[in-house]
Design a protein around this ligand. Structure first.
Ligand SMILES: Nc1nc2c(ncn2[C@@H]2O[C@H](COP(=O)(O)OP(=O)(O)OP(=O)(O)O)[C@@H](O)[C@H]2O)c(=O)[nH]1
Ligand SMILES: [Mg+2]
Length: 206
């Protein structure tokens, strides 16, 4: 019965609903240094409106929050990004983007909890950040693939050189991506899923 002044609470939009064929869901974290493109990746690939916790970078952050030459970057993640993508009719991925600024890294442990795998986003202008990121994943036993987000002014290196510089085991996939493009971000996730499958088949972890 409708009451005067009552409002109908809308149900979930069709695109927000899980497909009835979904049988398995996996938690995946998107991790990397400050401003490498984590929020952009979750946003480009998510089928639901992504949940973001971005705050505007203010004048107070000058000297602390360097935007590394990305003039369009005006906001930074302070807690997490959240999105969802259907990989197959049966498999759904829940995506969690981490905050990149070091002062929020204490939140990572909670975000890594229960994660099946991770995407480490790398900016070749700031490779050194990736060591901390990969070290933390290794500590937590979370397998990962490495995706180089190719900013136009970033130096390009052969994968073999990057693998050496990052001290990356041979079996860990490394690829280029443009996180602004949905297909490219999706390819990274599919590579991660194949990698996780191969680890499960061989019974090994990174
Ligand atoms: N030119 C170019 N710009 C990009 C690319 N990827 C991301 N950007 C831009 O770079 C900025 C950084 O992207 P974000 O997605 O906010 O990065 P983030 O890793 O979530 O940043 P934090 O949460 O602050 O650590 C944004 O302004 C994007 O539009 C890219 O591949 N090429
Ligand atoms: Mg972000």
């Amino acid at each position: 019965m409708d009451f005067k002044g009552s409002e109908t609470i809308p149900g979930p939009r069709t695109e927000d609903q899980l497909p009835h064929t979904a049988e398995a869901a996996a938690k995946i974290v998107i991790v990397g240094g400050f401003g490498v493109g984590k929020t952009t990746m979750v946003g480009s690939v998510s089928e639901i409106k992504p949940l973001t916790t971005e705050e505007t970078m203010t004048q107070a952050g000058v000297g602390v929050d360097d935007n590394f030459g990305s003039a369009s970057k005006t906001a930074t993640t302070v807690a997490m990004d959240f999105g969802r993508i259907k990989i197959t009719e049966q498999l759904v991925l829940y995506l969690f983007g981490t905050p990149g600024q070091e002062r929020f890294w204490f939140l990572w442990n909670g975000l890594f909890e229960g994660a099946l795998g991770a995407v480490v986003l790398v900016d070749t202008r700031r490779l050194e950040v990736s060591f901390d990121v990969m070290g933390r994943l290794e500590e937590r036993g979370v397998p990962f693939v490495v995706a180089v987000n190719t900013f136009p002014d970033a130096p390009r290196y052969p994968f073999a050189d990057l693998r050496t510089a990052l001290d990356l085991p041979q079996d860990v996939p490394i690829m280029d991506c443009d996180v602004r493009r949905r297909a490219s971000s999706r390819d990274v996730l599919v590579t991660l899923m194949r990698f996780l499958h191969s680890l499960a088949m061989t019974g090994s972890r990174t």
